[in-house]
Design a protein around this ligand. Structure first.
Ligand SMILES: C=C/C=C(\O)C(=O)O
Length: 273
C-alpha cells in the first residue's frame, strides 16, 4: 500500500518537474536542449503536465489554441486535436500597425493564421461531447487572428502531440483582429487566408484547411475542455488551428497574414523573455 502510494508520488513529481522546467525556461526566455524528463505516455498524462504548468504560471487563461494531430500520431484516446492555454498577458489586439510577437531564440517559433471564436455564453459544464452543429448553436463571435506558436524546445512538433501538450500546446500568444460578422451564415469556403513572411507567400488556404472545418475544431475544444474539467465559459477564446500552415519565423522577420475580405494582421518577431 505505502509502496503504491510512494510510486504514485514519484510519478507525480516527475510530471511536476517537467512543468517546472518548461515554465522556468519560458519565464526567462531560454531554450531547452531536450524534453526535460520522460515524455508522458499518453495525452491524459500530458494534460496533467499542462495543468501543473498552468498552475505555476502567474496569469489567467483567457482561451485555448487548438492544434491538429496527424492520424499516425494519435494515442488510445483517438483525439485528432489538442489544446493549449492562451494567457491574458499574451493576448494582443491587432492595431493595424506592426505588432511585436515574442518567440524563443534557440527554440521553436512560427506564426499561424487562425479563426478565433469567442463564446458569448457558458457552455453547459456537464456536456462532454459536441457535434459541429451543436457547437455552432452556442452564442459566439468569430474574429481573425494569428497564433504565435513558440516553445523553448526547438523539436517540440517533431517530438509529437504529447510533448506539444506538455508545453502549453506550443503556444506563446494570440493576436486578435477584427470580427467576422454573421459567421454562422458563412461556409468554410468563404473564409480564405494567405500568409507571407518577409513578403514571400508561404501558405494559402483558409477554413477549408481545418480538418472537418471550423465548427469541428470548435466542437473538439468544447468537448475536450469539459472532459478535462475546464468547461468553456462566456468570453473564452478558441483559436481554430492553422489555416494556411505552420510557418517558421525568426527574430527580426515580419509576417503578414491576409484574411481575404476581413483584414490583414502584420507582426514582427522579437526575442521572448
Ligand atoms: C502543434 C501545433 C499545431 C498547431 O498549432 C496546429 O495544428 O494548428
Amino acid at each position: 500500500m505505502s509502496n503504491e502510494h510512494g510510486k504514485q508520488d514519484l510519478q507525480d513529481q516527475g510530471l511536476g518537474e517537467i512543468a517546472r522546467h518548461f515554465v522556468s525556461a519560458r519565464q526567462h526566455g531560454q531554450s531547452l536542449p531536450d524534453f526535460p524528463g520522460n515524455i508522458p505516455g499518453d495525452l491524459v498524462t500530458a494534460y496533467q503536465v499542462q495543468d501543473q504548468a498552468i498552475a505555476l504560471w502567474d496569469d489567467q487563461v483567457v482561451g485555448w489554441k487548438v492544434g491538429y494531430i496527424a492520424a499516425e500520431r494519435r494515442d488510445g484516446s483517438g483525439d485528432d486535436r489538442l489544446l493549449g492555454p492562451i494567457f491574458s498577458r499574451q493576448l494582443w489586439n491587432a492595431t493595424g500597425g506592426t505588432l511585436e510577437i515574442p518567440v524563443f531564440v534557440g527554440g521553436f517559433g512560427a506564426v499561424e493564421a487562425e479563426y478565433v471564436i469567442q463564446l458569448q455564453e457558458d457552455a453547459p459544464a456537464h456536456k462532454l461531447h459536441w457535434t459541429p452543429e451543436e457547437a455552432e448553436a452556442l452564442a459566439a463571435k468569430l474574429f481573425i487572428g494569428v497564433e504565435v506558436a513558440s516553445s523553448p524546445l526547438a523539436t517540440i512538433n517533431k517530438l509529437g502531440p504529447r510533448v506539444v501538450v506538455s508545453d502549453f500546446g506550443n503556444n506563446n500568444g494570440l493576436v486578435l483582429g477584427p470580427e467576422i460578422p454573421d459567421w454562422t451564415t458563412l461556409d468554410d469556403a468563404d473564409l480564405r487566408a494567405e500568409t507571407r513572411i518577409e513578403g514571400v507567400v508561404v501558405g494559402t488556404g483558409g477554413a477549408t484547411l481545418l480538418p472537418g472545418g471550423l465548427r469541428t475544431a470548435y466542437a473538439f475544444a468544447l468537448g475536450r475542455s469539459a472532459q478535462r474539467g475546464r468547461p468553456l465559459k462566456a468570453g473564452d477564446l478558441i483559436a481554430s488551428g492553422n489555416a494556411t500552415g505552420i510557418h517558421d519565423i525568426a527574430v527580426g522577420q515580419e509576417a503578414l497574414i491576409r484574411f481575404v475580405g476581413y483584414g490583414d494582421i502584420t507582426c514582427k518577431a522579437i526575442a521572448a523573455g
